[in-house]
Design a protein around this ligand. Structure first.
Ligand code: UGA
Ligand code: MN
Length: 308
């Protein structure tokens, strides 16, 4: 065998090895094996949102649903405060491609309550209008919890986290990342609420030692609905846990939390409660002109057939 022939053999083997390595490297099966997303478990987030008919409802739900489309492993439980489910909400949910459960239950109690409800409803002045104000979302959230318990009872995977979400708040995607860490009950700051820039748990040596709240600071848990999430499995362990018409607005959070935790057991999230990832924004009530009352020479074309 001459020196030239040996060189050719090495060259052929070298090329073969190169071709084999190239083919294996481009096979997607090898790339998938190292995808970290496949191996890490993500608990389901059950977001519970009461909603009611008003002019800005579709705008609020559009903004919220489009945030939720970006959240992985999310199940939206939306409960209409109405006798019947509306087409507006049903279509919005269908078009969203979200995983959802659509429920309804009408609040029986009138917003303009009587003196008999003095312990439950508060007399409140908003922009020179004084009226009785009762807590919202009580029956709706309880209906959602009934559904959740039935669902989890037969579900193979009972793990998850429950988050009570108003339909007009502003949610950063980061708040959902935080709540997946919850073991029992996790808490974090809420921006622009209770007359403060930020209402938040006070953390000392990694534990919740109190709350920085100005509105009704004597509440057992002076914290907004948007500022905590609860391990879903615990709702099976506590079938009695629910919201109550017997307590007023502001105390509903304490009402549900009392079944699951104490202040010193709370798990501070969002960088030891130093970051704001959710804001208690409120959509301004729109003022719309009534063309019938205006008696205009050229009244606007009727628009009742258009869903807004
Ligand atoms: C605050 C809290 O952030 C709410 O979680 C709490 O339910 C509420 O107070 C209360 O206890 O009354 P706030 O902005 O004042 O929030 O309340 P809304 O956003 O008007 O209502 C809370 C949720 O209930 C919303 O998702 C809303 O769509 C729904 N809602 C409101 C009804 O289902 N029916 C109503 O008549 C009013
Ligand atoms: Mn709100």
């Amino acid at each position: 065998m001459s020196f030239v022939n040996i060189k050719k053999q090495y060259l052929a083997i070298g090329m073969l090895v190169f071709v084999i390595l190239f083919l294996f490297n481009t096979r997607p099966v090898f790339q998938c094996q190292f995808n970290p997303e496949q191996s890490s478990y993500l608990p389901t987030i059950y977001g519970i949102t009461p909603t009611y008919l008003r002019l800005a409802q579709k705008a609020d739900l559009t903004r919220l649903s489009q945030t939720l489309m970006l959240v992985k492993n999310f199940h939206w439980i939306i409960i209409e405060d109405s006798e019947e489910k509306t087409k507006l909400v049903a279509n919005l949910l269908k078009e969203s491609n979200l995983k959802y459960t659509h429920l309804n239950v009408k609040t029986q109690k009138s917003k303009h309550s009587t003196l008999l409800d003095i312990n439950v409803c508060v007399f409140q002045t908003v922009k020179f209008n004084t009226s009785w104000y009762c807590a919202s979302g009580v029956e709706q959230r309880n209906t959602a919890l009934d559904w959740l318990r039935t669902h989890l009872a037969t579900a193979e995977d009972k793990r998850g986290v429950v988050y009570f979400m108003d339909d007009d708040n502003t949610y950063s995607l980061k708040v959902f990342e935080e709540m997946r860490k919850v073991k029992k009950v996790g808490v974090w700051p809420v921006g622009i609420v209770g007359g403060m820039r930020v209402e938040m748990p006070v953390v000392t040596d990694g534990k919740v030692s109190g709350f920085n709240a100005w509105w009704k600071p004597f509440r057992p848990f002076p914290i907004d609905m948007a500022g905590f999430a609860i391990n879903a499995t615990m709702f099976l362990d506590h079938p009695e846990a629910k919201f109550s018409r017997k307590v007023q607005s502001g105390f509903q959070e304490s009402e549900i939390l009392k079944y699951f935790t104490t202040t010193d057991e709370l798990e501070p999230l969002a960088d030891n409660c130093t970051k704001v990832y959710v804001w208690h924004t409120r959509t301004q009530k729109p003022s719309i002109l009534n063309p019938k009352k205006l008696k205009l020479k050229h009244p606007p074309i009727p628009d009742d057939h258009i869903e807004v």
